[in-house]
Ligand binder design. Structure first.
Ligand SMILES: OC[C@H]1NNC[C@@H](O)[C@@H]1O
Length: 467
């Protein structure tokens, strides 16, 4: 990657390039509530969260942050942050209650209100078509394991493009398809709660076909740029012997999306592995890679933490900080690295490694947006009504400095969306894990800007990070 120098840093701060897009992100099921309001159909997360034992504390998204009613408050908070864009997602079953055919006009009305409110506030709507809340009726027809879903999703994308395409500033087809396929269909921790590797690998491929169909549908109905958001992993081997395993893990999470989209194939490293490669499992048909490889205008990258991997000791006993992950492999929590409330490592340099070692060699000059980055901590409101989330501030500063470094390395990162605007429904963790720049009191729905939100607002205003 050619090193490029531009006046990015003065003595006391790290300046981001002119026009760098600052944003904040949420997702429909995590904030809206209104689970059956105004014609919305059930999603797989409505079903899953109401299934005993699936979500911590029995939490569900029936009300969440009540953004179905309080989106005006959310827009006011975005204005307070001074961000240029808001990344929101559309609830497919709010727009198509059964996922196919009939369109719910009141569902379109809701998103028109939100999008119009953003435009009026001078905030660009960055819209994710799918952020995990599949219409239950489509899951009843096989969900992402049914190849027909690629057409159903293309139909939904066309409806969204025609309804909102004149005001949306950028489209993201899918959020984290790896999580959809492998957490939803392989280990079952997320909706629909299936544990079947064969269905997971089928879902992996059908998500990509759906993505390709959505790109075409959006191109036909909207002039806005189109991309996809992938949660990519940085696997760090702690010994030379673990390097091969680390490479396989990166192929299983990164390669199974980056390679089909940008190289028209699945990772060669997974050839013959039918439990991870859709090609080896026989799902690839003639013409598929032409659909999947539809040219994009940007790549969205979600990143939170690296993973350290090693080989199990000869005695078969995991050492302190090691968790067995296979017959001879372990994941490792290195001493001395902070961990968040989610038990994720805090290691800011890893986002720079992700962008320079994994993303840039694939995307080249294609614009990249950090569409999610953030951290969860045990936040609380002090007697004087403050949330002094100093750990989140440290995480934010560290990762922004690392993104700044990646830009200086020549990676064309064009924007950063903090995850998340609000504390919200953190999937299987329910409301126990807070990621927001804004604290939400779920009993009263009051929103309170945290110290990290104030710091983020000052970084956005300066387009720079104080050293
Ligand atoms: O776990 C934090 C976030 N990760 N990416 C997807 C989002 O929906 C999650 O809340």
């Amino acid at each position: 990657m050619p090193r490029r120098y531009f006046p990015m840093s003065t003595d006391d701060q790290l300046r981001f390039p002119d026009g760098f897009l600052w944003g904040a992100a949420t997702a429909a099921y995590q904030i809206e509530g209104g689970a059956d309001a105004e014609g919305k159909g059930p999603s797989i997360w409505d079903t899953f969260s109401h299934t005993p034992g699936k979500v911590f504390h029995g939490d569900n998204g029936d009300v969440a942050c009540d953004s179905f009613h309080r989106y005006g408050e959310d827009i006011a908070l975005l204005k307070r942050l001074g961000v240029g864009s808001y990344r929101l997602s559309l609830s497919w079953p709010r727009i198509q209650p059964t996922g196919r055919g009939e369109v719910n006009a009141k569902g379109l009305d809701y998103y028109n209100r939100v999008i119009d409110g953003l435009v009026e506030a001078g905030i660009e709507p960055s819209v994710t078509l799918y952020h995990w809340d599949l219409p239950q009726a489509l899951q009843d027809a096989g969900g992402w394991a049914n190849r027909d879903i690629a057409d159903w999703f293309g139909e939904f994308a066309a409806i969204a493009g025609e309804a909102f395409g004149d005001r949306v500033s950028r489209w993201i087809t899918l959020n984290e398809p790896w999580v959809v396929a492998h957490v939803g269909y392989r280990d079952g921790r997320h909706a629909p709660g299936i544990q079947d590797p064969a269905l997971a690998v089928a879902a992996n491929h059908h998500l990509l076909l759906a993505h390709g169909n959505a790109v075409s549908a959006l191109r036909a109905s909207s002039a806005a740029p189109v991309g996809i958001t992938l949660n990519l992993t940085v696997e760090r081997p702690v010994t030379p012997e673990a390097a091969a395993h680390a490479a396989v893990l990166e192929a299983r999470q990164n390669g199974v999306y980056l390679d089909p989209i940008f190289h028209g194939r699945y990772p060669e490293l997974l050839d013959g592995d039918a439990s991870f490669s859709p090609a080896a499992a026989g799902h690839v048909r003639d013409g598929d890679f032409e659909i999947i490889g539809a040219p994009l205008d940007f790549l969205g990258v979600n990143f939170y933490a690296p993973h350290y991997v090693g080989m199990l000791h000869a005695d078969g006993e995991p050492r302190r900080g090691e968790t067995v992950t296979g017959p001879d492999t372990v994941s490792i929590q290195p001493d001395g690295l902070p961990i968040t409330a989610m038990n994720w490592l805090v290691e800011p340099g890893s986002i720079r490694e992700l962008l320079t070692r994994i993303v840039a060699p694939v995307t080249g000059a294609l614009p990249v947006y950090i569409t999610e980055n953030g951290s969860s901590w045990h936040d609380y409101v002090t007697q004087d009504g403050q949330v002094n989330d100093l750990e989140r501030i440290a995480y934010l500063r560290g990762h922004l400095a690392a993104v700044h470094g990646a830009i200086a390395d020549g990676v064309p990162v064009k924007g950063y969306f903090a995850w998340s605007l609000l504390d919200n429904f953190e999937w299987a963790e329910g409301y126990a894990k807070r990621f927001g720049l804004v604290y939400v009191d779920f009993a009263t729905q009051e929103r309170l800007l945290k110290r990290s939100g104030e710091v983020y607002a000052s970084i956005v205003a300066a387009n720079a990070l104080p050293k």
